[in-house]
Write a protein that binds this ligand. Structure first.
Ligand SMILES: *Cc1c(COP(=O)(O)O)cnc(C)c1O
Length: 379
């Protein structure tokens, strides 16, 4: 099996021109050449983050970027608000606990989104809260959060709003400056079409005040060091040089397409995939009101062995989709709409999804899913 089609919500497919950039010989990072790369990358990231704020580059996976937010903004004993409606929202709470931050956790049923009213109520109850941590695109469930409405609530308080946009940035809209989001964290291996290993954190001036006051221990992740280095177009430590260089290509590609076109493209892939699921008689996991366009989460019928389905798709047909986590293990599949994925990639995935569903004894009109998606893609 030559095919290795990644329809997983991270890591995502890497297009040829980015693979080429990744294969270039290494250069030294304290050079004018690399400084040009840093300049270009920061400018390009500011376009994608829709911000003029500083953006720090960290050699880390996405979770490293998340941890850097907690230890830079807060001190042990500080109050924060987190939202647990899936694996990644839960992670904010876990990291807070590690740093002795007192997190008031808003529990949200998986598949639903936290509402601005719930955030308002938590802020009213915790007037001393210094930060609110949310997730743009909850990758474990396929739910998108109304960041704009939540920012309007948080902006009236002293708290800073921190958004995990690791799987959502460059895929669904997030206007950091226009909406007034204080900190946005993302990473290289989802919408940016790169290998894992590079995290990005954008920090507003309001949030940087908290960075200067915070007393949590931090060394590698210290934003004060990052800021000082960035002023000299530098990084405090050896950066992920190869990924930064390839990011130049990735950002060129994203800018050439334009954010609005990207968002519309992923919305179309999502619409086609949802139509396919319905045509196959399958239901979607998230609430209608908060379905993300970054991925489609499909409920599997009870007679289907979900773990086996994911394994067969991968090992026999060369197509990777994600299964469910925790209590959803074996019960759902998640198909990504991110990075460089095309309509054809989705159709290929659906074609083999039908093959494996049929093999496992699920009955439906053959071709119904693929045809429904095609109809959406060619309209
Ligand atoms: C992938 C992902 C992460 C974690 O990223 P790692 O790179 O695995 O550390 C965090 N949050 C969201 C929403 C994600 O999709």
């Amino acid at each position: 099996m030559d095919r290795n089609l990644l329809l997983t919500p991270g890591p995502t497919q890497i297009p040829p021109e980015i693979c080429e950039a990744l294969g270039r010989p290494i250069i030294h990072h304290r050079t004018p050449q690399f400084q040009n790369n840093i300049k270009e990358v920061i400018e390009g990231l500011q376009y994608v983050f829709q911000t003029k704020n500083d953006i720090y580059l960290l050699a880390a996976s996405g979770t490293g970027g998340m941890e850097s937010c907690v230890c830079n903004l807060l001190s042990p004993g500080d109050k924060a608000i987190t939202v647990d409606g899936g694996k990644f929202g839960e992670r904010w709470g876990d990291i807070c606990k590690c740093y002795g931050v007192n997190a008031d956790v808003i529990k949200v049923e998986w598949g639903k989104a936290v509402t601005p009213e719930q955030i308002q109520a938590a802020l009213d109850k915790n007037k001393d809260a210094k930060a609110v941590f949310i997730t743009l695109n909850e990758t474990s469930t396929g739910v998108v959060t109304d960041v704009k409405a939540i920012a309007a609530v948080v902006n009236k308080t002293r708290a800073v709003l921190v958004v995990d946009a690791i799987s959502g940035l460059g895929v669904v809209d997030l206007q950091m400056d226009a909406w007034g989001v204080d900190v946005v964290v993302s990473a290289s291996h989802k919408g940016f079409m790169l290998p894992p290993g590079l995290a990005f954190v954008a920090v507003s001036p309001k949030a940087f005040k908290y960075v200067q006051e915070a007393k949590s221990p931090r060394y590698y992740f210290d934003f004060r060091k990052s800021k000082k280095a960035l002023e000299k177009v530098d990084t405090p430590f050896t950066p992920a040089i190869g990924i930064v260089i390839a990011l130049v290509e990735s950002l060129k590609r994203m800018r050439a397409q334009g954010l609005d076109q990207l968002f519309a493209h992923f919305a179309l892939l999502a619409e086609g995939t949802r139509a396919a699921a319905k045509a196959l008689g399958l239901t979607l996991f998230p609430d209608e009101t908060c379905m993300s366009c970054a991925l489609t989460t499909i409920n599997l019928p009870a007679e289907i062995n979900g773990e086996k389905l994911v394994k067969t798709l991968r090992d026999v047909h060369g197509i990777s989709v994600a299964g469910g986590q925790d209590h959803l293990k074996g019960k759902i599949i998640r198909i990504a709409h991110m990075g460089c994925l095309t309509e054809e990639d989705i159709l290929t995935g659906l074609e083999y999804l039908e093959v494996v569903l049929k093999e496992q004894g699920y009955s439906f009109a053959p071709g119904a899913g693929v045809n429904a998606a095609k109809k959406v893609f060619t309209k």
